[in-house]
Ligand binder design. Sequence first.
Ligand SMILES: Nc1ncnc2c1ncn2[C@@H]1O[C@H](COP(=O)(O)OP(=O)(O)OP(=O)(O)O)[C@@H](O)[C@H]1O
Length: 648
Amino acid sequence: MHAVEKKVRAFVRVKPTAQFAQDVIKFGPDNKSIDIYIKKDAKKGVVNNKQTDWSFKLDGVLHNTSQELMYETVAKKLVSEALIGYNGTIMCYGQTGAGKTYTMTGATAEYRHRGIIPRAVQQDCFNMVNMFHLISTTPFCFGETNRVIAEHTLNKNSSRSHCIFTIYIESRFRVLSDVRCINSKINLIDLAGSERLSKTGSEGRVLKEAAYINKSLSFLEQIIIALADPKREHIPFRQSKLTHVLKDSLGKGCGSQQPQIECMENSVSMSLSALETLTHKHMNSEESELFELVQLTTAWKCLLVFSLYASFPQIMNFRQVQEVFRQFKLIVRQQEDEVETRLRSKYVLIDKNDFATIAAAQKVMAGAWCALVPVKEGTKSLFSGRDLAAHLPSKSQVMVPPKNVDVKEKARNEDTANIDAQPSKSVSEEISQRPSSPPSRAVAFEQFKEECGSEINRIFKENKSILLARRKRSSTVARRINIIKQEMEDIKKALEAQRQERSQQGEYVDEKGRLIIDEKEFLLIMKLKDLKEEYRCSYAELQDLKAEIQYCQHLVDRCRNKLISEFEIWYSESFLIPTYMQNALKPSGNIRPGMIPINRVMCLEEDEQDRFERMQEAMLPAGPDSVAFYKAKMKTDQKVMSAAPSSL
Ligand SMILES: Nc1ncnc2c1ncn2[C@@H]1O[C@H](COP(=O)(O)OP(=O)(O)OP(=O)(O)O)[C@@H](O)[C@H]1O
């Protein structure tokens, strides 16, 4: 773990201007100091003791700095440290119009120019929480719009209040530990600007506000001076609301909540802030929306699983998904009713503890108890476990055939059976066709390969035979290469022997000084050359074969997996899932794409809002990260517009 600095760090950000006052402001070479020199005012006479030079040591000077670099330099570390349990405060102080709001909040209309607050929310772990959800439910944007702004000569949009944005972080351990959770917080403070009343030319209410702002800033200054003095025992936090609120952020121990940090994972849940209670209700409704979304997504996956999706036109928007989900639920409910009706038409429900009725029924039926309709594990996926349990008999209930129950009941059962006669018949037929116990997997696999899986099995076999052929060829080529290598070695040895013999007998050269060799040596050289050529070709072929084998192996593996997975589906559909479910899933069964009235879904075209959001997302220049930012802004704008009294 890296050491966490506890000291206060100070940076100066210089607002870029068309003409920078180079004569007055000088930055140190390391950008860590700033010197200010103001010429003496000649009008004030020769004796003028007014200070003209100031020199400040800082942690950094940010001149012509982008928002991004500013955030990296000033805030990123602090935010990361907050995640491991340290409190932090970033306070922006300066003259009116100096760029405090620009630094803290940034230009709310442009993602690139967003300031420290949105960046802090976005940073690292906060992304784990749905960023859009977070920003749009936090009062950040909304709070910004509520802030009183006024115009004066130094700033057209001067903030007339301090803005304290607090992020409360609650970090929990995933592993067992004595420390159950760590709480920390970050204060991001945009102070209202200090101003010389004469320079702003403010009047009336704005003037009065300026006086209050200056007063509260001077209280803040007093607190900071008092804190810097180790001898001071009393720090007058209660002097103003601002200092009172910041008490635990400025006072001693403000950065000291670091427990066993080593084993903490960044499982951070974040609750936002000073306005927590205000937004609580709202958050809850959002959460339930989120829950609904999860349900929808699950349902959507279900639809895909049941291959219904294939016949849908393209689903474009969220409302269409919702409608499909609604229709899907309806179908499932219908299915449940149908199943229940069928069960009731065959069986009568008796409470297991109702011994008198059971005894009577036993008497009537001479002990012929009927088992429950077997419902295997796999079938439950269509119904929710809870729903299924509600419709199927519970463990405390038993079912008996309705034979010899009272006449009225029988008549009712016959009626229901008549209504349901057709499907019941086919179901019973199917049941009779099906073996009472499923065949072994090995036997069934052979059958599958002959029937439904014949095509995939054929491809699998084909690929496998190609693979075998390539392997065979590859080992032939490899053997040939080895033979060539051996031959080459032998020839090289023979040539060496020839050369030695030649040099012992004395070498002959022609008139041009070229060595004369005998025919045997010449033939050996030629043979070696041919063998080298053959070796090169064979080696290249072997490389190609290796690549082909790898590819074929991949195809064979894929085919094998497909064959097995299709077999598993076929096996459970043919022998494991109940027949009524089988029928329902068949193309002619009663769950099919056509059951979802797709016209009803598709007529839910995008509304203006959907379209706007889609276009905006497509056109956002700053990448996917910026979506949350713009959505939050849009949501805030909408809230402001709907809250505004109608002019009509
Ligand atoms: N670094 C910067 N780069 C570009 N524009 C800036 C920068 N700093 C400030 N500005 C612009 O200067 C103007 C005044 O800035 P801002 O409102 O942030 O000042 P302020 O210090 O918050 O003022 P006040 O205290 O009166 O609220 C804004 O239009 C802002 O966009």
